[in-house]
Design a protein around this ligand. Sequence first.
Ligand code: ITT
Length: 214
Amino acid sequence: MSGGPPGGAGARLVLATRNAHKVGELRAILGGVLGGSVEVLALDDPSLPPVADVVETGVTFAANALLKARAVAAATGLVSVADDSGIAVDVLGGSPGVFSARWAGRHGDDAANLALLLAQLADVPDEHRGAEFVCAAALVAPGSGLERVEHGRLRGVLERAPRGEGGFGYDPVLRPEGYEVTCAQLPPGGKDAISHRGRAFRALAPAVLEALGR
Ligand code: ITT
């Protein structure tokens, strides 16, 4: 399987994630910077071969993002990008960090993860509730061997109770610095404009275009 000749018609990019919320945000973010000539495929695209789940053995966001992008690039033969992300809480020394998706034990149980984090911080006063979302965006191009990682961050304060219906994960409890609302109360485009994911993937975009010969 091939992504077509670099610079030719039909440049294709694969999103190496199984998280549907990330797919939605990444389509919007990358659509804004790559232009319409790049076809952005999700992992469940019927034109792609099945890709085995990747065990996230890395201890940094960058290591795990590269593991995911390398696996998908190898399985599909296409230029791939992956996102590894999470929340880093100041008083927890940066935890949950790479364990954000499985903080309460079961991978991807957003409600349980968020409830546990709030319970752990119940006695922490407002002035010590700083935290940040972190995203490592990785690019792997199978043909050239090009690999690149960019990071993005969104600092804020952890609320005491969830607010808002938008977004996913810890969005209802992180209020970005300078805002009165949580990430889950921002409109989708409003989150992408300031988010860790938006910043990381906009920084990665020039390398993605280079890998696709654009
Ligand atoms: P893939 O590995 O398939 O991409 P995943 O959900 O397992 O999907 P991660 O391992 O990177 O992804 O874990 C990310 C977790 O961090 C996610 O489950 C959320 O709990 C949290 N997180 C990441 N980005 C977030 C965001 O924008 N808003 C809220 N929570 C976020």
